[in-house]
Design a protein. Structure first.
Length: 166
């Protein structure tokens, strides 16, 4: 198997025919375009994918009743890297950003990207500063001047955005 990417978590059965409710960690239509997923190191073909409220409803091959679906509860759902879509220019996979070095425009090292938070209209880069403190930088052109997956992230900040600034 290729590198695996976590795309969701099964939270409960749905109905009596083996469908499961999945909390989606990915794009809204990820599962509609995915032929298979991996749960507990086993490959399951996706027979049907739909939505109900904020959940994805999946019918997985060989999961045919509520008991089988119940046995999947709280299990992580992965996809193989080969099924990732091509990204547009200036788009990056979160897994590629985590761990990148972060620099000010003057080349001063600030720290590393620890996580990318996606809870609002714009992503937020969570940066673990060299001092051990955390800083949060909006992923917008006003602050992020360059993203280079080989060299790191170059940012320009305003005073007070990072606690270590004078």
């Amino acid at each position: 198997m290729d590198k695996l990417i976590k795309v969701g978590k099964i939270v409960s059965p749905q109905g009596i025919r083996g469908q499961v409710r999945v909390y989606n960690y990915s794009t809204p239509d990820r599962f509609e375009n995915l032929p298979q997923v991996i749960v507990d190191n086993k490959i399951f073909q996706i027979e049907k994918a739909g939505h109900a409220k904020n959940m994805v409803i999946l019918k997985l091959e060989s999961i045919d009743d509520r008991n089988a679906a119940e046995s999947m509860r709280n299990k992580d759902v992965f996809m193989e890297e080969e099924f990732l879509e091509e990204l547009d220019e200036d788009e990056y996979f979160i897994s590629d950003l985590i761990g990148l070095d972060v620099f000010k425009e003057n080349s001063e090292s600030l720290g590393k990207i620890k996580d990318v938070l996606q809870h609002g209209p714009v992503d937020i880069y969570e940066i673990e500063l060299n001092s051990g403190k955390m800083a949060y930088i909006p992923a917008v052109k006003e602050f992020v001047k360059e993203v280079n997956l080989n060299r790191g992230l170059v940012i320009d900040t305003i005073p007070g955005l990072i606690d270590d600034e004078d």
